[in-house]
Design a protein around this ligand. Structure first.
Ligand SMILES: Nc1ncnc2c1ncn2[C@@H]1O[C@H](COP(=O)(O)OP(=O)(O)OP(=O)(O)O)[C@@H](O)[C@H]1O
Ligand SMILES: [Mg+2]
Length: 155
């Protein structure tokens, strides 16, 4: 199941982040795709803000940052930009993070770099555009849980 939003401004991102946060009540895995400056961290921040997390940073030198939502759910923010390969993500215990975030939330920037390790059930968010351009955002949901999140977004 998929949906494409064209011409998204920062205000549209704001609304998207708010809606997604509300729909992530039962947890979820969001895989972000898109070039440098596409707006991945921006959207992660907006989702997180609506879950009571304000200290999201661009994790340039950190592969993962752990947060907690205001209702005590795990929120793990990964950035695979600097990973050489998937083994590096496995080596820091990616499976354990998935296990620990069972009803929590994982967001992954630069999912392109670790495609083979992404869970089958997930929501892909691919952002295109940069600079002052409006963004195209393609959402693809896999598995019942994430399909229902996407359906909720479109409702
Ligand atoms: N929808 C939008 N319209 C216009 N500008 C946007 C939009 N979304 C984000 N931006 C701007 O584009 C920049 C995106 O930076 P951001 O750090 O979010 O990108 P990123 O995809 O995480 O890049 P990186 O791969 O380097 O981590 C920010 O300056 C942000 O304000
Ligand atoms: Mg980023």
């Amino acid at each position: 199941m998929e949906h494409i939003y064209d011409s998204m401004t920062l205000e549209d991102f704001d609304m998207l982040g708010k809606k997604l946060a509300a729909l992530l009540d039962g947890g979820g895995f969001i895989a972000f795709f898109g070039d440098l400056g596409a707006g991945k961290t921006t959207l992660v921040k907006l989702i997180a803000k609506n879950l009571g997390i304000t200290e999201i940073a661009s994790p340039t030198f950190t592969v993962v940052r752990e947060h907690e939502t205001s209702d005590k759910k795990a929120f793990f923010h990964f950035d695979a930009y600097r990973l050489e390969d998937e083994d590096e993500l496995s080596a820091i215990g990616f499976d354990d993070y998935i296990e620990r975030a069972k009803d929590g939330i994982i967001v992954m920037e630069w999912s392109e770099n670790v495609l083979g390790l992404l869970p089958d059930d997930r929501l892909d968010i691919a952002i295109t555009g940069s600079g002052d351009m409006k963004r195209t955002v393609k959402l693809s949901a896999y598995g019942k849980h994430h399909e229902s999140i996407l359906r909720g977004l479109l409702a």
